[in-house]
Write a protein that binds this ligand. Sequence first.
Ligand code: AMP
Length: 289
Amino acid sequence: MEVTGSAARVRDACDAARSGGATVGFVPTMGALHAGHRALLDRARSECGFVAMSIFVNPLQFGEARDLAAYPRTFEADHGVAERAGCDLLFAPDGADMFPNGRPEVTVDPGPIGGRLEGASRPDHFRGVLSVVAQLFHLVGPCRAYFGEKDAQQLALIRRMVHDLDVPAEAIGCPTVRDPDGLAVSSRNVRLSNPERAAALSLSRALAAAANAVGQGERSADVLRAEMARRIGAEPLARLDYVAVVDERTWEEVTEIGGPARALVAARVGDVRLIDNVALVWDGDQAAR
Ligand code: AMP
């Protein structure tokens, strides 16, 4: 595995791989690699002749300097994970490698979906994400790029950017990897104390209850939202940010489940902000019978 901080080297290596006939698989991350990232790497490895991963803690997507400073950085361990997963190229730039002329003045507007949910709670978060992902796409070139459904709104916005701006990349969504008890794996989980980790389970449990209720025929999004809020609200160590039930295509809140929908939650547990979501599969045929 080659490790580089050079943008020019990434461009050359990916161009060379494509010239040799390989499909380039790309996995952008912020490091502190865990089983979720490994799943993306494994999928890329199984589908592509050349696999590139980036590790860059993107300062543009953090509102609070404190949150950026607290973000875990574990480069030595990450290097081993990438190497064992069969990654070909590890791009690990620092701020000066990515922004040699300072932070970009021209950025990607995430549009209306980018103003909802995470975008409402974290102003400019998605502008920062999309601007850096666009920059990485320009360095890597035509590729299959792998993203987690764990960050479902981010995945939707990247798909939208790829579509609206004709980016020569295919954005591929991969299922959320969870610990055996259901907690979505996240780089931030290492910052949870044992009691906080127990409290964090209220998010995945609230979502599982919502998905289960829909499976049993519940169609009222208000009922689902209220039940999720009640479950997370009952946990003294969790401070709820939002619960939502949105149309998977428009990302607008729905009143009734009548098509592809997603339940999403965000909460602060101790000092750590956590998000999670689940697809709501409503079997319309069954309901009609
Ligand atoms: P991050 O390093 O947190 O920016 O995440 C990099 C990529 O890994 C994003 O596409 C995330 O959606 C994905 N990811 C993070 N956590 C998980 C998880 N638990 N399961 C699947 N993908 C994940």
